[in-house]
Design a protein around this ligand. Structure first.
Ligand code: HEC
Ligand code: HEC
Length: 231
């Protein structure tokens, strides 16, 4: 609360100067926050900032509205906000090193997150990682198409063609699985996809795709998605 008061007290927007929070919002929406040439993600690629995410958007990351004063982050794995941000910055945005505490970028991002966090304390959000992946029941094809559009399409583009994808590095789905028989002999293709969706780059898998927790993508929706992708 005191911080919010402090912030509004030094709000310079009325005399035309850019406040730290405004600069933070620009950084939040700009993939060039990361210096890596291989990065095309901005914070906004994976996080909404409205109280509830806009309809039609199923992100791997939670909305960051009221995120600044949560009790902890990443399901309790992170107890400092900057560490929670840097986890994304390094692992998903290929930042070479974590943003230092006193850098203009980390300070501005902090002020921006504070500016969209009216509640002085907010409960931690649950984050359940599926550790050992197992097959899931297949589901409804139409629902699967909806899940594809809302969860995968912004990065991977249209199914079968990749049209409109965010980056050439995002594979064409589901065609990328055509080679899985030789790459992962004896493992069902669907299980490789489940592994990717549930772990992103973790547990020995490479890349910078984010992981989906059970809260952000249910097994039911994942099953429907597999049906849609004929897997
Ligand atoms: C490629 C997707 C992706 C990008 C890009 C990304 N994040 Fe995240 N972020 C996630 C995921 C997945 C989580 C874990 C789920 C969650 O807690 O929201 C997460 C968690 C967080 C959390 C903890 C939220 C909580 O309550 O647990 C914060 C804060 C955060 N990200 C901030 C940022 C900021 C700031 C940026 C830009 C510098 C950023 N993220 C970039 C995917 C991403
Ligand atoms: C934030 C962007 C983003 C989102 C959202 C996303 N992906 Fe990805 N995905 C990528 C990128 C980039 C790669 C290539 C790098 C890597 O392997 O991590 C990738 C790779 C993959 C691969 C592995 C391809 C290979 O090399 O074998 C699969 C499978 C996949 N994604 C499936 C999905 C599915 C299914 C969804 C939706 C539930 C999804 N992705 C959502 C960015 C994303």
């Amino acid at each position: 609360m005191t911080l919010a008061v402090l912030l509004s007290a030094c709000d310079d927007s009325e005399n035309g100067r850019v406040t730290a929070a405004e600069y933070g919002e620009v950084l939040f929406n700009d993939s060039r926050l990361s210096e890596s040439n291989f990065n095309s993600f901005s914070c906004a690629t994976c996080h909404a900032t409205t109280p509830t995410p806009p309809a039609g958007r199923m992100d791997s990351g939670y909305t960051l509205y009221d995120s600044a004063f949560r009790e902890s982050w990443w399901g309790g794995y992170e107890t400092r906000l900057l560490d929670a941000v840097n986890f994304c910055y390094v692992n998903f945005m290929r930042g070479v090193a974590p943003l230092p505490k006193d850098s203009p970028q980390s300070r501005a991002l902090y002020e921006y997150l504070v500016s969209i966090s009216p509640s002085p304390s907010a409960p931690a959000r649950p984050f359940t990682v599926v550790k050992d992946v197992v097959d899931v029941s297949r589901g409804d094809r139409a629902r699967g198409q909806q899940v594809y559009i809302e969860a995968c399409q912004s990065c991977h583009g249209a199914p079968h063609t990749g049209a409109g994808r965010l980056t050439e590095l995002a594979s064409i789905l589901p065609e990328v699985t055509n080679d899985y028989g030789t790459l992962f002999p004896g493992v069902p293709k669907s299980l490789v996809v489940i592994e990717k969706v549930r772990h992103g780059q973790f547990f020995g898998v490479g890349g910078n795709m984010p992981l989906y927790s059970l809260e952000t993508l249910s097994d039911e929706d994942l099953g429907a998605l597999l049906t849609f992708m004929d897997l």
